[in-house]
Write a protein that binds this ligand. Structure first.
Ligand SMILES: C[S@@+](CC[C@H](N)C(=O)[O-])C[C@H]1O[C@@H](n2cnc3c(N)ncnc32)[C@H](O)[C@@H]1O
Length: 218
């Protein structure tokens, strides 16, 4: 799951993960994060998600990181947002009002970027990565985040031997192993979404659980 793999997917428009609507789970559970207006939300591996706009309209300052420049440019173009591009040797920066998207590798993020982040919204970031990378991802995230940051995490769980990822299957046990040392983990909702996802049924899955967790620092 190297960066080139994702860049190619964006080039070929193979972006089945992208939703043409705001994620209803974000709308439903945003209030569980208990965030004041004006707080800073970090969206790792953000793609061109409409959730970025929704978070901004909910009163947040939003920072996303995404390795595909095409995804970032499409986000601003599709929403007709004026954008300022600030080149940087490591992470190019695209800004439009309260939305700040960084073009580059999540693993290159400097700690200063997230120093005042109040919450993380992870939809399809953790599950985009194979197991060994997930460990690195969580270690890096915990290292970068202030200790009081909360998180809304959305995962998928299915029989990994039936289908190869991405998206990868991440079980509740793994979420607890990865985050349990630093966070209280509350499972907010778990739904079998296979009936609405025929492309996964075609790949042989018998169930596809979408789970929403709220992570609060211990
Ligand atoms: C499954 S998609 C989810 C996108 C978005 N969160 C959404 O809900 O639509 C994963 C995204 O992560 C990006 N990505 C993968 N590895 C990355 C990395 N190391 N650094 C930054 N972005 C990455 C991919 O280009 C892709 O857009």
């Amino acid at each position: 799951m190297e960066i080139d793999f994702w860049k190619q997917r964006w080039q070929e428009n193979q972006i089945g993960f992208h939703l043409d609507e705001v994620n209803p789970l974000l709308v439903k559970y945003h209030s569980a994060l208990n965030l004041p207006r004006g707080s800073h939300v970090f969206v790792p591996m953000c793609g061109k998600s409409l959730d970025l706009l929704w978070l901004q309209r909910a009163g947040h300052y939003v920072t996303g990181i995404e390795c595909s420049e095409l995804a970032i440019q499409s986000f601003f173009t599709e929403h007709k947002l004026p954008v300022k591009h600030l080149p940087d040797p490591v992470l190019h920066s695209y800004r439009s009002d309260e939305i700040h998207l960084l073009h580059g590798d999540f693993f290159d993020l400097p700690s200063s970027m997230l120093a005042d982040v109040a919450a993380v919204y992870d939809r399809a970031a953790l599950i985009a990565l194979p197991e060994a990378m997930r460990k690195r991802y969580v270690a890096k995230l915990i290292e970068l985040l202030p200790q009081d940051a909360v998180m809304l995490l959305i995962t998928l769980t299915y029989n990994q031997s039936t289908m190869s990822g991405p998206p990868f299957s991440v079980s509740e046990t793994e979420v607890r192993d990865l985050y349990g040392k630093c966070y209280e983990i509350r499972l907010l909702q778990q739904t079998n979404i296979l009936p609405e996802q025929p492309r996964f049924a075609q790949r042989g899955l018998e169930s596809l659980l979408e789970t929403v967790y709220l992570l609060q620092p211990k």
